[in-house]
Write a protein that binds this ligand. Structure first.
Ligand code: BGO
Length: 271
């Protein structure tokens, strides 16, 4: 059976450039079912049994835009064998917000740290080992524009896909949130065995209406989940969705602090 690798990333991260480089002329363009969002897939050059699925450029996996919903429905329901997350290395802080969400789905993620030529030009230094250790996934420096690192990132993605290993993100939330999430996970265990229970638990904690309406839970279980979330919200004096968002940013700040050293040219604004 063919291996399916999804390309996910923020708008302007270089996704189209990379997709074109990886697939050449073997592209098929259509629409995602029921929506006018472009769907592009193609065969990886030199690998007739590896399909690269391009996903819409997005900043988050929230339920608020068509592109986000298309992307997360595909990842959660269709389950590609691996995700290449294209991260604009020259805007790493903003791009890692999506990364923290992609790694929660349970599909192996490899990061293409793209625009590395821009980072080098700016004199910035990214400590690859520290970045890899704190994110818990493989990271490869790439320049889609200059064709650097593309073979390596795709070969590693194919290896990850073939290994079919379970993927556990390094990122965890604060103690009270983790406690609530594990209680919710216990309550929903077995409700939809196709979807990662941790991902579902986070979405339920965030009061995600789209996920709530897509799974069937008894009123009793739903009441318990709402009770668990309400206790945590009251303890942290915020709503579930904001708690998760804020904790993602706190985590990203800690990753950036340990792995990025800004060069002097970075702060100069172009005239
Ligand atoms: C323009 N390095 C550099 N330096 N640039 C890159 C790289 C890289 O690794 N990868 C992509 N780019 P998209 P999304 C442009 O179009 O693939 C550039 O949204 C321009 N256009 O060439 O479109 C890429 O699909 C005029 O730049 O991203 C493109 O994710 C002047 O990043 C841009 C300068 O890439 C976005 C750049 C008319």
């Amino acid at each position: 059976m063919a291996i399916k690798i999804a390309l996910a990333g923020n708008p302007n991260s270089g996704k189209t450039t990379m997709f074109n480089e990886l697939t050449g002329s073997s592209q098929y363009v259509g629409n995602w079912p029921g929506v006018t969002v472009e769907k592009k897939e193609g065969k990886l050059r030199g690998h007739k049994d590896v399909i690269i699925q391009d996903l819409p450029g997005i900043y988050s996996l929230s339920p608020y835009t068509l592109e986000e919903v298309v992307t997360r429905n595909y990842l959660v329901n269709e389950k590609p064998d691996a995700i290449i997350n294209i991260v604009d290395a020259s805007n790493i802080e903003r791009n890692l917000y999506l990364t923290t969400q992609l790694t929660e789905i349970g599909i192996p993620v490899i990061i293409a740290l793209n625009m590395i030529d821009v980072v080098q030009k700016n004199g910035d230094v990214i400590d690859m080992k520290k970045l890899k250790d704190s994110l818990g996934c493989e990271v490869v420096e790439t320049s889609a524009l200059k064709g650097i690192g593309l073979k390596e990132v795709t070969q590693r993605a194919v290896n990850l896909a073939q290994a079919k290993a379970n993927f556990e993100p390094k990122h965890t939330f604060s103690v009270p949130v983790e406690k609530a999430l594990s209680q919710i996970e216990e309550l929903i265990a077995g409700s939809d065995s196709n979807i990662s229970s941790r991902w579902l638990a986070i979405k339920l904690f965030e009061h995600d209406e789209k996920v709530l309406s897509s799974i069937s839970l008894s009123k009793e279980v739903l009441d318990k989940i709402n009770g668990i979330t309400a206790i945590c919200e009251s303890d942290l004096d915020d709503d579930g969705e904001s708690i998760i968002t804020n904790e993602r940013y706190t985590y990203i700040n800690s990753v950036i602090k340990t792995s990025l050293r800004k060069g002097s040219k970075s702060d100069m604004t172009p005239s």
